[in-house]
Design a protein around this ligand. Structure first.
Ligand SMILES: Nc1ncnc2c1ncn2[C@@H]1O[C@H](COP(=O)(O)OP(=O)(O)OP(=O)(O)O)[C@@H](O)[C@H]1O
Length: 619
């Protein structure tokens, strides 16, 4: 039956991702004050990414500015000769040497500008490359728990989606800014020499437009800050509607209208916000243009009055008009570039804030300690931004060579505990020691973990297994083959058209897709290929068929002979031989012992065991 939406869905109408008015208020108000702060990290980045090209741009731009100044002075010479008395032909001939100087100055300037463009072309891609690597390094190095924090996600998305893009744009704008500053210095210094009063008058023509562009930039940023979460939500819904992974389930659940409704809920306020911003920007731009036009008119009137009063010669006034045009153009470029730099600087700030939040890259630890005995003392763990702890007061010891099993209902904390034992999370209470160390970085090399929902790497079958220990030297693929045989992945690979070299991703031409169970066999092979003394299995066999499951457990028994194993499973029949079984309930250790002890106890474990035994018997 279809009908009105469930009223409980109304929770969707007051979402946390709505427009955030407070975030929009927290933006800077002035460009000039902010400019040095926002440009210095960009300058530093340019210098680190492409020092030679940066030096070339600086030298060529200064030379270009000098040429421009020289050209303007030479122009006065040309105009003086042309406006002198006598026949026109004589005046033109007399002006020729100055004219040649003007042509040479501007020709040289053109050559310098071509050089600037060449050097500039090398800078932006180099900056992007460096910035991307820093971002990816930071996000790969960050503690796993950061990914459970929505604030961190917002920061990362801002840094990745906008920070990188605007860092590139601000590199271009910085080159533009330096060029326009030097252009202004050249033109304005000639103008000041011709008549000092022309310079302040000229500012009248440019400042209003500058104000408008600045306001417009700030409006854009404030709008972005208000809508950033909303924007992310729209992208998420867009992925649901367009990506391959959810496509089947959406159709199977007939959830298409639900996805569209979700889209409308988030897209409508985003559209309204964009309109609000666009209209406000158009208004300030309009005011700025009108004021700028008035300012320029006043500039020319003042120049006319100066000529009329005989304070300025006509030839100098002619050069002044050219200089005014050059200065206005350069000042406008400067205002635009600096305003854009400030706007972009705010996004670049987001990029830098993310690098800060991600912290220093983890020092690559050279000490590698064997986990040996793993001891947990009163360990508690709460996920970031969660009200309830996922684990409470867990104390247990895993002796070297033991196989322990973690069992319990869904959500009881098994995976969380396994990730703590693997050193992926740090406890929020209590302590964990692995042999002689409590530094998770020191044991990471000695842990192999097969996760509940392993990554399907969009790579070859070989890469999917070898990524378990990508730097392992494996002559003749001996370790690869052995991991494949133990996990049953060999049967999967044998059927692939290009064997180990088959690309496992439908998103690329020639790629193939595997079934859930086939992927899982590769994931198990990946864990085995890693080959480490502490082995953590989180429901490794759930999607496997009976034959593959039996093969994996057989391999597990062999592996367990000289390893410490932590096994998580809901199939209690598979944990019967574990040295010790821990039953978790709502984040606490509710029962522990051997299989026989727990059955004798007659508690939750015994109850679950009976239930499963009856279920399989009925089946
Ligand atoms: N990334 C996360 N962020 C916040 N809470 C989480 C996160 N992962 C798990 N939890 C919460 O922590 C609790 C324990 O989850 P955990 O995945 O450890 O349970 P589990 O016993 O492995 O469950 P299952 O048998 O379903 O795999 C649950 O209440 C869950 O909602």
């Amino acid at each position: 039956m279809t009908g009105d939406p469930d009223p409980r869905d109304d929770a969707l109408n007051v979402p946390y991702w709505q427009i955030d008015e407070a975030a929009g208020k927290n933006v800077p108000r002035r460009v000039i004050r902010t400019l040095p702060k926002v440009t210095s990290p960009v300058v530093k980045m340019i210098w680190q990414a492409a020092p030679r090209s940066a030096a070339a741009v600086a030298v060529l731009q200064v030379t270009s500015g000098l040429c421009a100044a020289f050209g303007l002075f030479a122009t006065t010479g040309v105009l003086t000769e042309l406006l002198a008395g006598g026949p026109t032909a004589d005046r033109v001939v007399a002006a020729l040497p100055a004219l040649l100087l003007v042509a040479a100055a501007y020709g040289l300037r053109g050559a310098m500008d071509i050089g600037v463009a060449h050097a500039h072309a090398r800078i932006t891609p180099a900056v992007r490359r460096l910035a991307e690597e820093r971002l990816y390094t930071a996000s790969l190095e960050v503690e796993l728990s950061a990914f459970d924090d929505a604030g961190f996600y917002d920061k990362m998305h801002r840094a990745r989606d906008r920070g990188l893009f605007y860092l590139e744009r601000s590199t271009d704008n910085l080159v533009e800014l330096i060029g326009s500053v030097l252009g202004i210095l050249a033109a304005a210094s000639s103008l000041a020499v011709l008549h000092p009063i022309l310079l302040p008058v000229l500012l009248l023509a440019v400042l209003p437009d500058g104000w408008a562009v600045q306001r417009s930039a700030l409006l854009a940023y404030a709008s972005m800050a208000r809508a950033v979460t909303l924007d992310r939500r729209v992208q998420m819904v867009a992925e649901l509607a367009t990506e391959r992974e959810p496509a089947a389930e959406i159709r199977a659940c007939q959830a298409e209208p639900f996805v569209l409704r979700e889209y409308r809920i988030v897209a409508d306020p985003l559209r309204d916000e964009d309109i609000r911003r666009g209209v406000a920007q158009a208004r300030v731009r309009g005011i700025g243009r009108a004021l700028a036009g008035g300012g320029l008119a006043i500039t020319y009137v003042v120049l006319g009055l100066l000529v009329h009063a005989g304070w300025v010669e006509l030839a100098i006034a002619g050069t002044a008009v050219i200089a005014i045009r050059a200065t206005t153009t350069a000042l406008n470029r400067l205002v635009l570039a600096s305003n854009q730099l400030v706007e972009q600087g705010m996004y670049v700030g987001d990029y830098l804030a993310f690098l800060d939040a991600a912290g220093e890259p983890r020092a690559s630890t050279t000490t590698s300690a064997d986990p040996k005995r793993v001891q947990l003392q009163h360990v508690g763990f709460t996920y970031p931004e969660s009200a309830q702890p996922a684990l409470r007061d867990v104390t247990l010891t895993v002796e070297p060579g033991q196989t322990i099993a973690l069992v319990g209902e869904n959500g009881s904390g098994k995976t969380t505990l396994a990730k703590l034992i693997a050193g992926l999370y740090r406890p929020t209470h209590g302590s964990i020691r692995w042999g002689g160390t409590d530094d998770p970085a020191a044991i990471r090399d000695r842990v192999m973990m097969v996760l509940q929902d392993p990554i399907r790497w969009p790579h070859t079958a070989r890469a999917n297994v070898r990524v378990g220990r990508h730097d392992r030297v494996d002559h003749g693929d001996l370790a690869l083959s052995s991991a494949a045989v133990q996990s049953g992945a060999d049967e999967v690979v044998d059927r692939l058209p290009k064997s180990w070299e088959t690309l496992l991703s439908k998103q690329f031409r020639g790629g193939l897709e595997l079934s859930g169970g086939q992927w899982q066999r590769l994931a198990v092979a990946r864990g085995l290929y890693r080959d480490a003394p502490l082995l953590i299995w989180d429901e490794p066999t759930a999607p496997l068929d009976a034959k593959a499951e039996a093969a994996v457990y057989e391999s597990l028994r062999t592996l367990a002979e000289d390893r410490t194993v932590v096994l998580i499973t809901h199939r209690l029949a598979s944990v019967r031989h574990a040295d010790r079984i821990y039953l978790l309930h709502e984040g606490e250790l509710a029962e522990q012992g051997t299989h026989d002890e727990l059955i004798a106890l007659g508690g939750r474990y015994a109850e679950l065991h009976d239930l499963q035994a009856r279920m399989y018997a009925d089946a």
